[in-house]
Design a protein around this ligand. Structure first.
Ligand SMILES: [Fe+2]
Length: 356
């Protein structure tokens, strides 16, 4: 099925300028640009959206009047009404509605590597939605996308075989309500914030449901150990996709990202953060593997070779699309096809998120 008949709809579908394929495909407002018109169009064209989303990996709805979280939620629900609100990732988030959150309250200088959302939980989200409520300064704060099906195809068969054979083991260490700050460079948030409770029994039950192993450690801290496959099959298209958090949780993530961010935008600030991240990585390396703030190894606990994790980052960055946010943009992502991240920024930026 191709694009809907343009004459029959008030909107125009085209690739992102400068790209003839890959995510995101842009649906631009023509005529009635109210959020209500967009929601109605999405419902009327539900078959096209359901087919276009996995095909292109992401759809960007641009030029519509989406200014606040409730309006964004209404638009997202027009695509998928089965929104969820349980978040077990590492970013601190603030609730804007019952189902819409700020995308990340991590400090603006912190680079968020490309990842499909929550690949480490029992049932990762199928779809992810972002909305730009306050656009960042030009040339910063993008939410780059990368088609992880292409990333998989871009990796060497030998590397893919190693990841596929061994799977992955992820360790995350969270401070508790009686110790630690809300976030710093390495301890991302507290376990009571992540699970929205201080009741350890509730935390353990939730961990069991997700296949996590909870380990209480000294100082009211919680270690979570989880295991995941490196590659999954897309639930509707059957395509194989790189679907894991190896580069996100590996202790080399900040330095590895900043090395590439500096290459993309060679500023003194980026150089300083790259050097700082290298320093912190060296300090983390001296700690026993399970005591690091977060780390990823192969499933049997063997370290992933540095060259392998770098090869994955290279493949991700070769496929990176750092499109520029415009206020009111709504981005729908197939979470089993396309990954997202965040480039550093300064000043104001408000991106909202919800998922299904
Ligand atoms: Fe995310």
């Amino acid at each position: 099925m191709g694009a809907p008949a343009i004459a029959a709809i008030p909107h125009f579908v085209s690739p992102l300028p400068g790209r003839d394929d890959g995510p995101p495909m842009v649906v631009e407002a023509r005529g009635d640009h109210t959020a209500g018109a967009l929601a109605a169009w999405l419902k009327d064209n539900a078959d096209w959206v359901a087919e276009a989303l996995p095909r292109h990996g992401a759809l960007l709805f641009r030029g519509f009047d989406v200014r606040d979280a409730p309006t964004f939620e209404r638009v997202a629900r027009a695509i998928d009404d089965d929104l969820k609100n349980d978040y077990l990732g590492t970013s601190p988030r603030n609730a804007l509605t019952g189902y819409v959150f700020t995308a990340s309250e991590l400090p603006p200088y912190f680079p968020i590597p490309q990842h499909c959302e929550m690949t480490f939980v029992a049932e990762p989200p199928r779809r992810l939605f972002f909305c730009c409520l306050v656009e960042p300064a030009a040339g910063s704060g993008e939410t780059p996308l990368a088609d992880f099906r292409r990333v998989l195809a871009d990796l060497s068969p030998a590397l893919v075989a190693r990841f596929e054979q061994h799977g992955l083991r992820i360790v995350r260490n969270y401070s508790g309500p009686r110790g630690g700050r809300r976030f710093d460079l390495w301890r991302l948030k507290r376990w009571d914030e992540m699970f929205d409770t201080t009741d350890r029994d509730v935390v353990e039950a939730r961990c069991r449901r997700e296949g996590f192993e909870p380990i209480w450690t000294e100082g009211d801290a919680l270690r979570i150990v989880s295991r995941q496959a490196a590659i999954r099959t897309h639930p509707t298209t059957g395509e194989r996709v790189w679907h894991n958090h190896s580069t996100t949780f590996h202790l080399s993530q900040a330095a590895g990202e900043y090395r590439r961010i500096f290459r993309l935008r060679p500023t003194l600030r980026h150089l300083a953060f790259w050097r700082l991240a290298q320093l912190l990585e060296r300090r983390q390396r001296r700690r026993p593997a399970d005591e690091r703030a977060m780390h990823c190894t192969f499933g049997d606990g063997a370290e992933i070779a540095y060259d392998d994790i770098e090869a994955v980052r290279d493949a991700v960055w070769r496929n990176l699309v750092p499109f520029t946010w415009q206020q009111g943009d709504v981005l729908a992502i197939d979470n089993y096809a396309v990954a997202h991240g965040r480039l550093p920024y300064r000043g104001r930026r408000e991106i909202a998120v919800c998922w299904a």
